[in-house]
Design a protein around this ligand. Sequence first.
Ligand code: 5GP
Ligand code: MG
Length: 188
Amino acid sequence: MTLDNDIERVLFSEGEILSGIDRVAREVTRTYQGRDFTVVSVLKGSCVFASDLIRRIPIPLELAFLAASSYGDGTTSGALEINFIPTGNEIEGRNLLLVDDILDTGRTLHKLKAELSKRGAAEVRTCVFLDKPSRREAPIKPDFRAFEVENLFVVGYGLDYAGRYRNLPYVGALKEVVYAAPKKTARG
Ligand code: 5GP
Ligand code: MG
């Protein structure tokens, strides 16, 4: 059995993803040309996107990680917990680019932006792999995004269901049967 068996349809192929990231990388490069900045990858979901993105940005940058999880039933987001945050001197006075897998309700990035500003960041912008604007609850728009998606739960390219499917090289929708037994899981 391979993960492909659980996928109903592919939304973004590996090739489409990489050309979308090329475009976002050019936009980010234009924005930060001549300025110091730090890419803050929100774990676990953004690790695949962040690693492809930074390798397409040909100007100096620093890299930091932040780990946050929202606890829900597997396909909806619940309370946010920050498990790991960069040190004070990685935040204070810095221009931060928060990179996440998906902007859904927007609650996660809205809270993380506020937390980083509170800790003294000079500027906090956001860059997301996927944007699901139809689901937005918090007042936030991504500064950069690779793709917009419809209101559908997706997996792959860093995005998980019950901890799995992050290693799929494309983005897809799961077959209905996979959701048959929902589990309580922590998502990052
Ligand atoms: P928020 O609702 O706070 O914007 O998003 C919180 C987190 O929920 C995202 O970082 C992501 O981990 C998860 N999430 C939201 N929509 C999806 C989706 O369609 N697929 C997967 N795998 N995770 C999602
Ligand atoms: Mg996440």
